[in-house]
Ligand binder design. Structure first.
Ligand code: GGG
Length: 356
């Protein structure tokens, strides 16, 4: 008899609800095939919940205590056309990431067979990256303020906070993941020429940590220069280690270069495994297509595969990835990848591939 895992499920908003529902169908087929069981707790924390209760989730200590009773969190998306994005994000996703100290956000990108990337000459194998985005600090720490509001002198500050603890924890995890990959390459990304405090702390911490991983080959680049390298020399990179803000931006670029943000997954984890990981597609609620049934569910399927790997169910993760790869190569595919299929058709195709 296989293991049973407790999964907190937060579909959230917009297409998050649609792609999580599609993933639950796929995971229902996967469980007996690979002899494991998921017990879901459905948590309705969302913009709808906010409209009814004046908050996106219960008070933070209570919400975190609920999440901690689970082995993993499966998250869809947050965002609502009628609610400012900084409210929705700061009421739900960021407090969970920070409250559980999910210090690393792992965002893989690769070119799959059958997916046409936007760059001419870029083929399968040319782009296979793991973006390691620091996930609790930097410009997203929530520190700052406003004054002179409503006057011509209105101002706002957004403080970036970097701690040796947070940086080192994240860097060690990046090196651990880099040494498990065939090429064992790591690129440190900062802006330590212009930002002379926190970013220099990143550099100094990096030099210390790198000494413990002599088997990993590394280089470092400024974030502006790395965008050029990602476009012109994608094969020269493997693991990309970066700050919260830089990783947020670079992972969208990576998703676009690999074909579509509709296939980009992410894993928010505490490298020390003291909290359940949170697994979610990189994309948001996508107001433009929500409710139409045409969202690409592949990013969420791939996030589910990352969740299974994190839980120790490697065979199930590999099985799901093979089914995803089969569908990306042979279709059907959604509009963002140049196809005409809807969410349900892609879901059923992945289920059929699993059963083969
Ligand atoms: N599925 C992820 C989601 O809803 N993302 C919304 C968003 O804006 N996230 C910003 C971030 O990842 O920091």
């Amino acid at each position: 008899m296989g293991k049973t895992y407790k999964i907190a499920c937060i579909p959230g908003d917009g297409i998050g609800i649609e792609v999580i529902a599609a993933s639950i169908k796929v995971l229902a087929v996967l469980q007996p095939l690979f002899d494991f069981k998921f017990e879901y707790t459905d948590l309705p924390w969302s913009s709808e919940y906010y409209r009814k209760n004046g908050r996106y989730m219960p008070p933070l200590p209570e919400a975190l205590a609920t999440l901690r009773k689970h082995d993993a969190i499966f998250f869809g998306a947050v965002g609502d056309p009628d609610i400012p994005d900084h409210i929705s994000l700061w009421e739900l996703l960021l407090p969970i990431r920070q409250g559980l100290q999910l210090g690393s956000n792992v965002r893989p990108s690769k070119i799959f067979k059958g997916v046409k990337p936007p760059l001419a000459g870029c083929e399968v194998g040319d782009l296979d990256w793991l973006i390691l985005r620091e996930n609790c600090e930097g410009e997203y720490c929530g520190q700052g303020g406003r004054s002179h509001t409503g006057t011509p002198y209105a101002l706002g500050t957004e403080l970036a906070v970097f701690t040796r603890f947070g940086i080192e924890r994240h860097m060690r995890y990046a090196f651990e993941l880099a040494r498990q990959r065939p090429r064992k390459l790591l690129t440190l990304v900062t802006k330590s020429n212009a930002m002379r405090h926190g970013m220099v702390l990143w550099d100094e911490t990096f030099y210390d940590v790198a000494k413990d991983y002599p088997d990993v080959k590394w280089d470092k680049m400024l974030v502006d220069a790395v965008t050029i390298r990602m476009v012109l020399k994608p094969k020269s990179m493997d693991v990309i280690l970066c700050t919260n803000l830089h990783g947020d931006i670079l992972s969208d670029l990576a998703a676009a270069l690999s074909g579509s943000i509709g296939i980009a997954p992410s894993a928010n984890v505490d490298p020390e495994r003291k909290a359940p990981g949170l697994f979610e597609p990189v994309h948001g609620a996508a107001f433009d297509i929500m409710g139409k049934g045409i969202a690409n569910p592949i990013a969420t399927f791939w996030s589910a595969a990352e969740m299974l790997r994190w839980l120790g169910e490697a065979k199930a993760a590999d099985g799901l990835m093979s089914a995803i790869e089969h569908v990306l190569e042979h279709g059907p595919i959604t509009g963002d990848l140049g196809g005409k299929a809807n969410t349900e058709q892609v879901t059923q195709a992945v289920i059929s591939a699993l059963k083969q």
